[in-house]
Design a protein around this ligand. Sequence first.
Ligand code: F0G
Length: 367
Amino acid sequence: MPLLQALRRLGQRPTMQDWPGLIEAYRSWLPVSAATPVITLREGATPLIPAPSLSRLIGRGVLVHLKYDGLNPTGSFKDRGMTMAISKAREEGSEAVICASTGNTSAAAAAYARRGGMRAFVLIPDGYVAQGKLAQALLYGAEVLAVKGNFDRALAIVREVADQYPVTLVNSLNPYRLQGQKTAAFEVIDALGDAPDWLCIPVGNAGNISAYWMGFKEYRDAGLSQTLPRMMGFQAEGAAPMVLGHTVEHPDTIATAIRIGNPVNKENALKAQRESQGGFLAVSDAEILEAYKLLGRDEGVFCEPASAASVAGLLKRREEVPANSTVVCVLTGNGLKDPTTAIEHNDSRFHTGLEPDTSVVASVMGF
Ligand code: F0G
């Protein structure tokens, strides 16, 4: 029974403090023991938000929900994997962690590592990380190394460094990352009572789609859900190795979070797609931006561009969604991560330089 319902039944008033973070909430599903020092910012328990405008757009009785993982402590789904990876690194006596990142992993790694008393080294593609994410990594006390190359190159370097020096790799090659991230699928089922029919998700390094699939299967195998969703993975057209079936040497997209040409989890992601009879599809930057603006304007949900790829993909494949089905789109990161894109791409009117005068303001308002 979900925690809040259980509390209400006991006559207790639920508060946010009742959520202990995802390791404690899902302890029996995770590779932790009494010896694991749990490093948590009370991540998880993010809302599954009904999306009435999107549901109307798709029509035919389809119900769309948004899994808004941008409400995690550092503003992205990466916190789910990082609470696990950092707790295990600490358990193993590690004093430093390292990752390559398009931004979100670096923010999460920095926050959790520092909280756990470890050093955090983060390699980012120079010039291709959204402002908010860079601000976070710096503020959380990471040592930031910007390399002249893309994410794939940075990850290759990080793997070599972690092989040769005493630092723990916390990219999603670290198996604890996907263990933590699978809890998002548990939460979706806990909220809906069963798995959705479709799960739409942006794909970059292909870890999250693999983690969700693991979570859906574990709950189904334990009898906590009856069905499995079709896993629909969406990539940006200029960075779509899973769609093309080969590495992309020079990935490019406005959705910098998923500007990745050689996903390390591609085998797991292909397995998820095959087993679930799902699919991979590319969406253009223009389609991503349309979905991004629609989410803000019509649903009141501000996500980052990469996250909007899940909704852009759903809209592109809307004809194939079965009537009366339930769809969950994963919104992986918070829109505040990337204020530059929001300011450059919106349909709002922004009147600047106005005289501080009531009649001027009223006339601009159209009165
Ligand atoms: N959405 C956002 C907001 C992301 O930051 C990422 C990945 C993805 C989707 C794709 O998830 O890699 O598991 O397929 N960001 C990584 C990073 C690469 O460094 O923050 P994936």
